[in-house]
Design a protein around this ligand. Structure first.
Ligand code: FMN
Length: 342
């Protein structure tokens, strides 16, 4: 059994946010080691997507390392890319605690973190010391207090600070924990948002830097098709699907009642798998190769990642499964992919 496996019962007895903070405290110490392992990947795992060369399709999804504090560790553990954030332009505390709940038997996480963020200035300064050889994406959001009509100003303010320090940007319009955020996915709101961001990208001479859009799984098929057309017409570089779901229907009884008792928030992990895959397949069919898609949502094994890639995704990201299975999962997925000739 690996170290994480041995500590797992202890970790899961702690309050989830305490466990998170403890893991980050430890992780920061590990990052200070002078010689962290340099992961090696078989060339068969290499992927090119939106103009970037990834050593492996597997990356860490947004929301775990919101402040870009553990990049050397993620690299040493074998992620090919890490999406930091969501970063908001100004610092904000996020929602009151408790706001993070784990259901280990079901591989499920419920969160209503609400973009706790140190703010773009602090995160940008930290990114200046980022390790080489790891692709870093910056996931951006708006501050809670910013009215929906001024969301573009927030994304632009965060972009100015974060974009020069990262390899790609992801616009998060799909977190369920910031009131009104998901309304930005409506075509009439999305079109000016994307146009405004692409103008800024040009103004900052960052035209070659990929700009992606991260979507929710709770969209009707017609909405997905309409979003694809707006995204393709805008000239952005790709999509990430999906974020967490608000749909409690993905959880069967009797667990559903327990989840509902915890209150608002987005669900991730195993119960999200089928729904996220269905949304991705619809997006891929609608995209018809016009933009690359990054798969996220409920992926937790070689077979899941393989299925996402076979469906046509360019890359895959994980979050919840890493919490339940520990860092050894990364190596297991890579071994499985390499063995199957990916
Ligand atoms: C505790 C927690 C916090 C998250 N925070 C963010 C975030 O800040 N921004 C974002 O785009 N996604 C965030 N996510 C969503 C993940 O990036 C991912 O889209 C989602 O969890 C589905 O993947 P998974 O099933 O592998 O966890 C968060 C997820 C969790 C569990």
């Amino acid at each position: 059994m690996d170290l994480y496996g041995a500590l797992r019962p202890l970790i899961f007895r702690l309050d989830p946010e305490t466990a998170h903070n403890l893991a980050f405290w430890l992780g920061e110490r590990v990052c200070a080691w002078p010689r962290l392992p340099e992961p090696e990947f078989p060339t068969s795992l290499c992927r090119s997507a939106f103009g970037l060369d990834f050593p492996t399709p597997l990356g860490l999804a947004a929301g775990l390392d919101k402040g870009a504090t553990l990049l050397p560790l993620w690299k040493a553990l074998g992620f090919g890319h890490v999406e930091i954030g969501t970063v908001t332009p100004h610092p904000q505390p996020g929602n009151p605690t408790p706001r993070l709940f784990r259901f280990p038997e079901a591989g499920l996480i419920l969160n209503r973190m609400g973009f706790n963020s140190e703010g773009a200035e602090v995160v940008a300064a930290r990114l200046r010391g980022r390790p080489s050889g790891l692709i870093v994406g910056g996931n951006l959001g708006k501050n809670k207090e910013t009215p929906e009509g001024q969301a573009l100003d927030d994304y632009r303010a965060a972009y100015r600070l974060i974009a020069p320090q990262v390899d790609y940007i992801a616009l998060n319009v799909s977190s369920p924990n910031t009131p009104g955020l998901r309304n930005l996915q409506a075509p009439e709101a999305l079109q000016p948002l994307l146009a405004g961001m692409l103008d800024l990208r040009k103004e900052l001479a960052l035209e070659r830097q990929p700009l992606l859009l991260k979507l929710a799984p709770d969209l009707a098929q017609e909405d997905l098709d309409a979003i694809v057309e707006v995204a393709v017409a805008s000239g952005i570089s790709g999509l990430i699907a999906t974020n967490t779901t608000l749909d409690r229907g993905v959880v069967a009884e009797p667990l559903r009642a327990l989840v509902e008792a915890k209150g608002a928030g987005g669900l991730s992990g195993l119960p999200l798998k089928a729904k996220a895959r269905e949304v991705r397949r619809r997006l891929l069919a609608s995209l018809h190769g016009r933009l690359p898609l990054v798969a996220c949502g409920g992926l937790g094994s070689t077979a899941d990642v393989q299925a996402a890639l076979d469906d046509g995704a360019a890359l895959a990201q994980i979050y919840s499964a890493l919490i339940f299975e520990g860092p050894a999962l990364i190596g297991r997925i890579h071994e499985g992919l390499a063995a199957s000739g990916v």
